[in-house]
Design a protein around this ligand. Structure first.
Ligand code: ZN
Length: 351
């Protein structure tokens, strides 16, 4: 079955939250709000394995310990807070229910991306305890390291490392804009980079994982004929990828070269951008040209070359491929695939 076209379904009406007491959430939220906020932009700069990241990790550990939770650190440096022994639960055949998210950010990121999932996990635990709820298996709260990949360029590095999707050697060698490797940054932050690698012990502990994440779009707000839905349940991650298009031309002077004599790759770029949009509309996907490099990038110079990057995603992999093909054809270029991830369906448990 292909995933639902908008990725989200909202089976339950959860709009009437008027009776909900959000003060528990807000008290925790207020502790976290000032950490890593840039004074000038108001955005968040919480990058992996920086001193700022250390402050956030300390905050997480403190919040967990204040609730009597045991904190474990896995081989990638992800943090896990447990209500009871997760390994005993594995041995008993009832591995933990884990909730949580991440605390790192993109440059000048928003307040909710990541922290919403972490803070709501603590608030939910507080609420369950207040109501005398006794879980039949451990509850875990996760805080993933380097989820955004803002510093070392690989998103979800923490979870990729423990699952083996990112090899230890490659992870350690990744470097940031200043040339600092992940291994060096980890070392400075007190995490032994030699520890980095797949972590079966941690993965075994996770029976079910649920992440509450802020929606970074308007699909839920506009859902149900504009009446909106408070929460959607993601059933899958759309197929998605990134492609590079190298558009060649000939450098010439902007003043002295007649129009008919020009070979201007900026015109191909314009065609590429317009084609990406119209092909996405036609095939029911999204497509974005968000990064370009122009050579030599002078106001009065007809460029010799333009490189453009296309990000395309959609419910149907064939539709995404069709958009990429149409976009590349419009620019007379080949689309060089830099990454591709097929549809990832989420397993659901009913018990
Ligand atoms: Zn996030």
């Amino acid at each position: 079955m292909p995933p639902t076209p908008r990725e989200l379904s909202a089976p339950d009406r959860l709009n009437d939250l008027s009776g909900t007491d959000s003060s528990a959430f807000e008290a925790i939220w207020d502790e976290l709000t000032p950490l890593g906020r840039d004074r000038d932009t108001g955005g968040y700069r919480r990058f992996a394995w920086t001193p700022q990241d250390g402050v956030l990790r300390e905050w997480f550990t403190g919040a967990a310990r204040a609730r009597g939770l045991d904190v474990t650190t896995d081989r990638a440096g992800n943090l896990w807070a447990w209500t009871s022994d997760p390994d005993a639960a594995v041995a008993a055949g009832r591995p933990a229910l884990v909730v949580g998210s991440h605390l790192d950010s993109v440059p000048d990121g928003g307040a909710f991306d990541g922290p919403l999932g972490v803070v709501s996990a603590f608030a939910a635990l507080d609420l369950l305890r207040e109501n005398g709820f006794v879980p039949s298996r451990p509850l875990g709260i996760a805080c993933f390291s380097d989820e955004e990949g803002a510093r070392f360029g690989v998103a979800c590095a923490g979870s990729r490392i423990i699952t083996g999707a990112l090899t230890a050697d490659r992870a350690r060698a990744l470097s940031d804009a200043d040339g600092t490797t992940m291994a060096e940054a980890m070392q400075r932050a007190g995490h032994d980079p030699e520890q980095v690698g797949p972590d079966e012990e941690t993965l075994r502990r996770i029976g079910t994982f649920v992440e509450l994440h802020v929606e970074q779009g308007r699909a839920l707000v506009d859902a149900d004929d504009g009446r909106g839905c408070a929460v959607g349940v993601a059933s899958s991650i759309w197929p998605h990828g990134r492609w590079r298009l190298d558009l060649r031309g000939r450098a010439d002077h902007a003043g002295t070269t007649r129009l008919q004599d020009r070979d201007d790759p900026m015109l191909a770029l314009a065609a590429v951008i317009a084609a990406a949009r119209s092909a996405a509309e036609q095939h029911g996907t999204v497509a974005t040209v968000g990064k370009v490099q122009v050579h030599p990038n002078g106001v009065n110079a007809i460029p010799s070359a333009v490189t453009a990057w296309l990000d395309a995603r959609g419910a149907d992999a064939e539709a995404v491929r069709a958009v990429v093909d149409a976009t590349a054809a419009a620019g007379g270029a080949e689309a060089v695939e830099e990454s591709w991830t097929g549809s990832t369906a989420f397993r659901r448990r009913t018990a």
